[in-house]
Design a protein around this ligand. Sequence first.
Ligand SMILES: [Cu+2]
Length: 236
Amino acid sequence: MKNKKYFPVLLLTAMLAVAPAVRAADIIGTITLKGTPPAEIPITPLMDNPDCAAMHKTMPTTHFYVVGPKGELADVVVSLKGVTGKSTGASAPPVVLDQKGCLYTPQILAIQTGQKLVVKNSDNCIHNVHCTPTVAGNEEHNDAQMPGAADLTYTFPKPEMFLRFKCDVHPWMFAWVSVFDSPYFCVSGPDGKFVIKNVPPGKYTVEADHRKLGSQTQDVEVKDSDVTVNFTFEVK
Ligand SMILES: [Cu+2]
């Protein structure tokens, strides 16, 4: 087999020959909040619970508006509106939702249809993981999770915005999971930035959703280079 060592070179040549002429591009942008959001609410019942209070030095608050010093807005779910039937969820790595200090972390997350959502209990107390979907086809679950218990795994077959997770033991615990039928979405970070990767060329409507501030859209056309779309939300 003298030719064997040439095989990788031939393979690479063949792959380059069939590579598509246009490449997918990223949709990138920054989300900004104008105005001063309402003050977050202290979670006093958490501190009334000895198990939970033991895990906090200071009074925890809600995180409805996660805003940086220049108005950089986190926890905005950005997606391509109406893109369905493109899920790669079955082969995508799981997304983790943890329970830490009697709070869900993160509280805003997004997954694909069919993608595993793994719920962990990092606390020394029991939690009750209760998801309450409102879209037909997505199943409600209500599972107790003891300290040190195995992770719980959920999947949802239908797209749904802000599918609620709550804990029936600790009524202040909430997380919101948005489910998309494509990989084209992301959640803005503490710097307000988002990236939707590898979008094929075409015309799209980019939708930005914040749980308290509502929804905005912008039309874009993706060709062969990255496209920038910025959103500004306002509190009145
Ligand atoms: Cu709990």
